[in-house]
Design a protein around this ligand. Structure first.
Ligand SMILES: [Zn+2]
Length: 278
């Protein structure tokens, strides 16, 4: 049976913290776990508030969204990769800040923006991530040729690159900020594949209501169940969720659908444990 992971790329000062307060309320109402991928530098300013907000909720996983969201690989929309020593800093300090703030082990990282090939083809990076002590990376966040939406890909490990202990746990669907036209630098119309591998999940214009967003989410959840995927996890950003839908109606609609469909909610760390075990 397919599981469900609610995950949040937490990256913007102030806005994400305010949004996470509302997100936590919805999770408490549904008794749903979550994974928060948090930019390490945010915690240098707002760590106390984040710890009070998210640190005492046992089913919440706190993971790294790198130290300052700089690029670990070349990215056509998000910019060039930074120098190797800067990449190492992004990986190591990102993990350190999570562990220092929340006083628990950080086992996973989602690189800023993510990539269409995950970490494949970059043995230096795979080695650096594994050597830093991370157990999984969630870096496959784009469809073919760096398009959206990201397709429903199952987890895999980097054994072919010499690191069978390092797992890739992909994210799925739209980067929801692009679905809403929230992105300031890239027009989403330029990054949809043609022909689309999943045309019914590509609306003809930016969505305007939480109900429309839920309808897109449901397509991915239904397809994941039909494909017998181990899990499905959409790519969400607290700042963008709150700007579009301050009452978090989409979250409530999606969680109710997940619950009614019988999907067990879990976290990326939970899924990683299952991968390792089996
Ligand atoms: Zn991000």
């Amino acid at each position: 049976m397919t599981r469900y992971i609610a995950a949040y790329d937490t990256e913007t000062p102030r806005d994400c913290l305010v949004a996470c307060r509302r997100i936590r309320e919805v999770h408490e109402a549904f008794a749903f776990p979550a994974t928060f991928f948090i930019v390490g530098r945010l915690l240098e300013q707002e760590g106390t508030a984040y710890r009070a907000l998210l640190g005492d909720v046992p089913p919440f996983e706190l993971a790294s969204h790198t130290y300052s969201h700089r690029m670990l690989r070349e990215h056509p929309f998000c910019g060039p990769a930074v120098a190797p020593e800067e990449r190492l800093r992004e990986i190591r300090l990102g993990k350190d800040r999570i562990e220092q703030t929340f006083q628990r082990l950080c086992v996973g990282m989602r690189p800023g923006c993510g990539f269409d090939q995950a970490l494949r083809g970059d043995p230096w990076l795979i080695d650096a991530v594994s050597t830093a002590g991370l157990g999984y990376v969630s870096s496959l966040l784009w469809g073919p040729e760096m398009t959206v939406p990201a397709l429903l890909e199952p987890p895999f490990h980097y054994g072919a690159e010499g690191h069978p202990e390092l797992w890739e746990l992909p994210g799925h669907g739209w980067h929801e900020n692009l679905l809403k036209g929230h992105n300031l630098t890239t027009k989403p119309q330029r990054i949809v594949a043609w022909p689309s591998p999943f045309p019914e999940a590509v609306p003809l214009r930016p969505i305007t209501t939480p109900e429309e967003e839920f309808a897109v989410n449901r397509l991915f959840i239904d397809r994941a169940i039909a494909l017998d995927m181990p899990y499905v996890s959409l790519i969400w950003h607290p700042w963008s969720l709150a700007r579009f839908d301050p009452d978090m109606r989409m979250l409530r609609l999606t969680f109710a659908y997940v619950r009614d469909s019988g999907l067990e909610p879990t976290t990326y760390a939970g899924e990683w444990e299952r991968c390792r075990g089996g």
